[in-house]
Design a protein around this ligand. Structure first.
Ligand SMILES: NC(=O)c1ccc[n+]([C@@H]2O[C@H](COP(=O)([O-])OP(=O)(O)OC[C@H]3O[C@@H](n4cnc5c(N)ncnc54)[C@H](OP(=O)(O)O)[C@@H]3O)[C@@H](O)[C@H]2O)c1
Length: 329
């Protein structure tokens, strides 16, 4: 005779089996969902990886990096942008005819510019400042007095030298402006950089010199003997080349006040351009080339600059590049 306990046991066993099956199914469901999530995450990671490679390629095509021959890592790219932002430029001779054009050119480009001027009134007239003091980046000083340059040079990364002697002053004064003035200016920058605990490696000098220094003793300008000026300009160039700072030395032919951007710009060395039919260049074009050198922060460039009628030169970075010697390129 069968007792009911068997049924009860069987029923209990069935119940237990059903529960076990249910748990197994739920475990399987759980395993499946973990697996599905893992697959989805792997696919997502793959897609994100592909996307970032594409973004990287796009960044390399942007103009900021197009001139770079190197593959700059992400962190260094930020540094490149910061260096451009942190480029503080001092212009000496900023109220002069070329200096003032360079000043407005750089201001228009949003560069942080300071001006060393001899006269506040002239600065107000020519540069359009209001208070015309250090709060507006205007510093009153004379390049022949080193102490006048100290405040203006603090934190400066690039100096553009457009100060120059007029042929009408004494020969000693010409030397003081053209040679001592350049030494004082570069020394102020370098000493301030050292005092800050920084390095002179980041300093750049853009000098407006002159063509005609190959035979400086033969210089003549509208009846004035400019041979001493050219002699001291050449010495100033030699000083800069030995000063341990990056430089661009622009040596223009005869300056005129016509509009810039209308002619073909020519670069050369050792006054060979003077042997052609080209003797003049607008100050505005010289200022534009100097502005490009300030922005590109070139090093070790020294070249003659003139112009001729023809299609206007627009690729200024290319023009600077073409001024290099074959072995520098
Ligand atoms: N003329 C040409 O045909 C020719 C040809 C080739 C190269 N260059 C060279 O090109 C450059 C620019 O010529 P530019 O005609 O445009 O110049 P500029 O109009 O004569 O200007 C010269 C600037 O130097 C400043 N300056 C003179 N002595 C100074 C001193 N002791 N301390 C501080 N600043 C002083 C003047 O100040 P103020 O404004 O207060 O007077 C002026 O702003 C010069 O180096 C020049 O020699 C000229």
């Amino acid at each position: 005779m069968e007792d009911g306990s068997h049924l009860l046991r069987t029923e209990n066993e069935d119940k237990t089996n059903r529960q076990t099956n249910k748990m197994t199914t739920s475990n399987m469901n759980c395993t499946c969902s973990i697996l599905t999530r893992s697959i989805v995450m792997v696919i997502l990671a793959f897609l994100i990886g592909r996307l970032s490679v594409k973004m990287d390629a796009l960044c390399h095509k942007s103009p900021l990096y197009s001139s770079s021959k190197q593959d700059i890592p992400q962190t260094d790219r930020t540094q490149v942008t910061n260096i451009k932002k942190e480029n503080v430029v001092l212009i000496t001779g900023a109220t002069g005819r070329t200096g003032s054009l360079l000043y407005s050119n750089l201001v228009e480009k949003g560069v942080s510019v300071r001006a060393l001027v001899r006269s506040v009134d002239k600065a107000r007239d020519v540069l359009g400042c209001d208070s015309c003091d250090s709060s507006e980046g205007i510093f009153v000083g004379d390049v022949t007095r080193p102490e006048d340059l100290i405040n203006a040079a603090k934190g400066v990364t690039t100096v553009a030298i457009a100060a120059s002697a007029s042929p009408g002053i004494s020969k000693d004064e010409q030397m003081a402006v053209e040679f001592d003035g350049v030494i004082n200016t570069v020394a102020a920058l370098a000493q301030e950089a050292n005092r800050d605990g920084g390095s002179i490696d980041r300093l750049r000098v853009v000098l407006c010199s002159s063509m005609g220094t190959s035979t400086p003793r033969s210089g003549n300008d509208h009846g004035y003997d400019i041979s001493d000026i050219l002699h001291w300009k050449l010495n100033a160039e030699a000083f800069i080349e030995s000063a341990g700072v990056g430089y661009t030395i622009v040596k223009p032919c005869g300056l005129v006040d016509s509009d810039g951007g209308n002619s073909t710009l020519l670069v050369g060395h050792h006054d060979t351009l003077l042997k052609g039919d080209h003797y003049s260049i607008p100050r505005a074009d010289v200022a534009t080339v100097m502005s490009q050198a300030v922005l590109t922060r070139n090093e070790w460039l020294r070249f003659d600059l003139c112009s001729k009628p023809g299609s206007p030169t627009t690729d200024l970075e290319g023009l600077l590049e073409s001024s290099k010697w074959e072995w520098q390129k």
